[in-house]
Design a protein around this ligand. Sequence first.
Ligand code: KIV
Length: 279
Amino acid sequence: MNPVPKGLLPKVTIPSFVERASQGEKLVCLTAYDYTMARLVDEAGADLILVGDSLAAIVQGYGTTLPVTMDEMVYHCRCVTRGAPRALVVGDLPFMSYQVSREDALRNSGRLVKEGGVAAVKLEGGTSVADTIQAIVRAEIPVVGHVGLTPQAFHRMGGHKVQGKCKKGAGSRNQVIEDALAVEEAGAFAVVLEGLPAELAAEISEKLSIPTIGIGAGASCNAQILVTHDLLGFSGIQPPRFVKQYASLHEIITEAIRSYSSEVKEGTFPTTKHAYGAN
Ligand code: KIV
């Protein structure tokens, strides 16, 4: 683990994350997939950085999170942990890396920690993965749960759809509550609540003693997370309703590239200032 540079806030650990949330502090979580973004997010003071499998969409250009592989997740975790000396870094277990067997779940969680350098892993699901969470926690690998809109269940949900609105069955209000309780009971130290009506997320946050990390789940969660590329306006595409865009980097970047392009074509770049002399 890289030392925290002087002048930065203290390193965020799992106990300090949980303790600060229990004191009522709102915690800040963001995604990163590479060293440069991890440095920016860490320096700006995020408490937790998630190397999310959302990188399948943002970095790899897929329509869902399903294709990203274990080797790719390990690679991106390694890039991020090198750039994040302060924040708590959590790595996502990709689709089918923990569903087939407990052995797979343990081996793959271990890879994210040993090879990727993360402090904890995240996996999706509730009652159906409670045993898996318990086994990973018993191997001394801390776990973040993820319930509600779980993108790896894209096909079951029929898309990225808000959950917890119906009364019965998978994705129902009661099922989401049961899932969150099962994740806590299994030993997860925090849980992501994604794509839920705000009042349901508030009720779950009230029921649980572990911190809830909301995304599209209203203001009552202990922490908030967004995909960093969405809040920075990287894609130039209208983000989902729950995202607030704090910058329009797409315009800034395309404008800068157009300026470079015009100057190359006109011959005004490079000037002597950007060239080496013989001496
Ligand atoms: O993959 C991801 O980035 C996530 C968060 C958005 C919660 O799971």
